[in-house]
Design a protein around this ligand. Structure first.
Ligand code: TRP
Length: 333
């Protein structure tokens, strides 16, 4: 039996980069797999400081974005991590299975902790054991991962194997990475060498999920380009980061390769291409964005979806956590 687990952090303003790079993936998975558990990982979010009011809002906004993009909360399970205590409970057991040497090899910790490692939260250090708990609490067999999370999934596999070995059981499956098609990396509209980011001071650098058609049109019109027309082949995008980015966005929205996109629009001026891109963005994004805004305005509905998701997730998790507790030797009086 196959079970998919995936998680995403609720950390602020959603934009086109989140949509094309992450949110859409879950919708694709839901079409291909019948048993999907999707989690808004709020406990991971607080490994870096989050303003409580903003976190509260971001959890609902992210859940709303997934529903607006096409996650069917009756078909798949959609919930927030902190609502199912088993994640933290299993993470503790895994903190005692994983070795300090394993943690010390995690490159994301080094990146996120920066120079002042002594001052990073302990939670940031053990982030990967919580991620392993997310996955293994449901005995998930397949986990979609981007490049940046491969090492964490590798660690999850090590934890599953060591737990099974240490206790002489065959309790956890060793989860497989699901490599989704080439991940779409959307770059800033002002600087094609920087990732599109919620924290860029210029709002013209990104298309927000909340932007209306006028805002989208204006941002694409102002997007940085170079003087040449679009190339006919992908190689012609080398050293043209802004052109590359706009073609990437165009291709991703159409669900085609960059080569196929250039076969279509190669040779066009940016003035013409930007018009086509704007139309495409508006027609693809407007329905999602409108539905998202409608859902965000209805927190009671979002909460009811998350509550129902947490209940269904708990039904799956409880017997697995019981099995773990029995295996470890905990008394369940
Ligand atoms: N670490 C993931 C990220 O930042 C989020 C995450 C948490 C996750 N738990 C997970 C992803 C379990 C997949 C499976 O993108």
């Amino acid at each position: 039996m196959k079970r998919i687990f995936s998680g995403a952090q609720p950390t602020g303003n959603l934009h086109l980069g989140n949509y094309l790079g992450a949110i859409r993936n879950w919708v694709t998975l839901q079409q291909d797999f019948s048993d999907c558990v999707f989690c808004v990982v709020d406990q991971h979010a607080i490994t870096l400081w989050q303003d409580p009011k903003e976190l509260h809002r971001s959890i609902r906004e992210l859940a709303a974005a997934y529903i607006a993009a096409g996650i069917d909360p009756r078909k798949s399970i959609l919930f927030n991590q902190s609502a199912v205590p088993g994640h933290a409970q299993l993470a503790w057991v895994f903190n005692c299975v994983a070795r300090i040497g394993w943690m010390n090899r995690m490159t994301q910790f080094k990146d996120k902790a920066g120079k002042n490692r002594e001052n990073a939260s302990v939670g940031l250090y053990v982030y990967p054991t919580l991620m392993a708990a997310d996955i293994l609490l449901y005995k998930a067999t397949h986990v979609p991962v981007g490049e940046d999370q491969k090492q964490h999934l590798e660690l999850t596999r090590d934890i599953a194997i060591k737990f099974n070995n240490d206790f002489g059981v065959d309790l956890f499956p060793v989860p497989e990475p699901l490599i989704l098609g080439e991940a779409t990396r959307v770059m800033s509209l002002r600087d094609g060498t920087k990732k599109m980011s919620k924290s860029d001071p210029s709002d013209y650098s990104r298309i927000n999920l909340a932007d209306d058609a006028d805002a989208i049109a204006q941002k694409i019109r102002k997007a940085r380009t170079d003087p040449d027309p679009l190339p006919e082949v992908v190689a012609g995008l080398a050293n043209r980061p802004e052109a590359d980015n706009l073609v990437t966005i165009f291709a991703a929205l159409k669900g085609i390769s960059k080569a196929a996109a250039l076969a279509d629009v190669g040779g066009q001026s940016f003035a013409v291409f930007k018009g086509m891109l704007t139309d495409l963005l508006v027609s693809e994004l407007a329905p999602v964005s409108a539905e998202w805004r409608r859902l965000v305005a209805d927190p009671a509905y979002i909460d009811s979806v998350l509550r129902d998701g947490a209940e269904r997730a708990s039904v799956l998790a409880r017997p697995i956590l019981d099995e773990v507790y029995d295996t470890v030797g905990f008394l369940r009086p």
